[in-house]
Design a protein around this ligand. Structure first.
Ligand code: ADP
Ligand code: MG
Length: 217
């Protein structure tokens, strides 16, 4: 489903350049869930952004179902993100001026795939019943996190990427949110890759990759 081969990424910094990914290769199959661990600053978010077509690699190849996606133009990448990829960001990125219901439907509407029945079911499963007309700032951290998860899954993407999706939650809430995320991903049959600091959470996924020195082990 998702194939990355020899991905490279170097950032230009004020005082030179920093090679963050130095030949990263990985494959994720449909229905498979992969945990990505690594020290802070090891390049986990950078890799997730490349896999999610939010940024472009400096070298290497990336393909989805056998088609190259690393050489798409901006419009092509935007279309792919809209139609086939769901991302749960570390900083959530909920749209503050939209209600919970509007945030949930946003991407699916853009993709022309808004399905009111699925959204209603998703809303119930996320424990967000009755909160649809609220704005993000009127929700708890755990509730906001669940909206971010729902939004990433609302258009039933083929690939779901999550960057420390429970990083800002207490342990009990994190465990509940993680249960929900894994269940929903499983239900949609998507390929799933999640960045996490937690060994306990990583152990719940089917495979684990560790990023260190710009490479995976
Ligand atoms: P992680 O998610 O594992 O903590 P990141 O991928 O966020 O790591 O960052 C890896 C390294 O790249 C860090 O040293 C970070 O400071 C640097 N970095 C990330 N984004 C940029 C950028 N846009 N420009 C310059 N350096 C960056
Ligand atoms: Mg990060």
């Amino acid at each position: 489903m998702l194939d990355a081969h020899d991905l490279r990424k170097t950032y230009q910094t004020g005082d030179g350049s920093l090679t963050v990914l130095d030949g990263v290769s990985l494959s994720v199959a449909r229905g498979e869930s992969v945990a990505l661990t690594g020290e802070s600053g090891s390049g986990k978010s950078t890799l997730l952004h490349l896999l999610g077509c939010l940024d472009t690699p400096d070298g290497g190849r990336l393909s989805l179902d056998g088609s190259r996606i690393d050489d798409l133009d901006d419009a092509g990448r935007a279309r792919l993100r809209r139609d086939r990829i769901g991302v749960v960001f570390q900083s959530l990125n909920l749209i503050p001026s939209l209600t919970v219901a509007q945030n949930l439907a946003f991407q699916a509407r853009l993709a022309g795939r808004h399905d009111p029945d699925w959204q209603q079911r998703l809303t119930r499963r996320l424990g967000l019943d009755g909160l649809g007309q609220r704005f993000p700032e009127q929700l708890s951290g755990g509730q906001q996190q669940r909206v971010a998860i729902g939004r990433a899954i609302a258009n039933r993407p083929d690939l779901v990427l999550a960057d420390e999706p429970t990083g800002n939650l207490d342990e009990t809430t994190a465990a509940r949110v993680m249960d929900l995320l894994l269940e929903l991903v499983d239900e949609t049959g998507a390929a799933f890759l999640m960045v996490t600091h937690s060994d306990v959470l990583a152990a719940r996924l089917s495979r684990r990759l560790h990023l260190s020195g710009g490479r995976l082990a």
